[in-house]
Design a protein around this ligand. Structure first.
Ligand SMILES: [Zn+2]
Length: 276
């Protein structure tokens, strides 16, 4: 089935090659491309081709990609010029995902909840951008996954409405287990949206802060989560969004080995839930 890890477990920007090499050496088969997820960086065609060649050499497959919003390129911005630049950045990542054979891009959402001061207009801009993106992404066979935050009540309802407004061939959910755990409502909310699940960011924390810790080192209910995942629409492999930067660990080889063991254990738990 395979096992995936986020490329930015150590560095979020710059050249991913050293990390890709260590990811492959640790035995992972897939990656979640996370580099430059929070910058304005646009990948040139040649750079995408070089990444493609490197993945082939290392025997790695792109599962999905964390798409971007930077300081000047924001696809949900109230400044129309900035929104349009943001759309160009998101299209760049859709094209990159398409060329590298990935299934989906993941997008963070702005604060667009009805109890936020700018909530309604932010939601309108999100709709405008998603409608513009839909034909471009669909033509390239790339889905868009919107990522959950802490699932406060207005967030859940808004996210549910957003998913209902678009076909599943275009839009789905990326479930971030760490975000969901902090709010305490993650599993309950995921269970209600599990038929639209197309991507996962699996990591652990203490229920208080977004630590991106290795699974089974925090307080997350992994038995409960794997039960919901087993009954969901998600068909990809276990995908970890863990961070060594946020941990006390300093040895990448040890960190990746422990991540691989945790991912393998989650994969086994999901299979047992499906079979049992
Ligand atoms: Zn995430």
């Amino acid at each position: 089935m395979g096992l995936s890890i986020a490329t930015d477990y150590f560095e979020e920007t710059g050249d991913a090659e050293p990390y890709l090499r260590r990811i492959a050496e640790a035995g992972f088969s897939h990656i979640h491309w996370c580099h430059e997820w929070c910058t304005d960086h646009l990948y040139a065609d040649e750079a995408i081709d070089r990444i493609g060649d490197l993945l082939k050499e290392l025997g790695l497959t792109l599962l999905d990609l964390h798409a971007s919003a930077g300081d000047k390129h924001q696809w949900f911005s109230a400044d129309e010029a900035m929104r349009l630049k943001g759309m160009a950045l998101v299209r760049n990542r859709v094209e990159m995902t398409h060329r590298l054979g990935g299934a989906a891009i993941v997008l963070h959402l702005p604060n667009m909840w009805p109890d936020e001061p700018d909530g309604d207009s932010a939601l309108e801009r999100v709709h405008r951008s998603l409608k513009e993106l839909e034909p471009y992404a669909t033509e390239r066979g790339v889905k868009v996954a919107v990522e959950n935050g802490r699932f406060r009540e207005p967030e859940f309802e808004t996210l549910k409405g957003l998913l209902a407004a678009y076909p599943s061939r275009f839009l789905g959910l990326c479930y971030d287990s760490g975000h969901g755990h902090i709010g305490g409502r993650g599993l309950e909310c995921l269970d209600k949206l599990k038929d639209r699940l197309i991507s996962v960011h699996l990591h652990d924390n203490d229920g208080k802060a977004d630590q991106h810790a290795l699974p089974f080192t925090g307080t997350l209910d992994w038995a409960g989560l794997t039960r919901v995942l087993a009954g969901s629409s998600y068909r990809g492999c276990v995908s970890l969004e863990v961070s060594m930067r946020k941990s006390a660990m300093r040895d990448e080889t040890v960190f990746l080995k422990q991540a691989h063991e945790a991912g393998t254990r989650i994969d086994r738990m999901i299979r047992e839930q499906r079979d049992g």
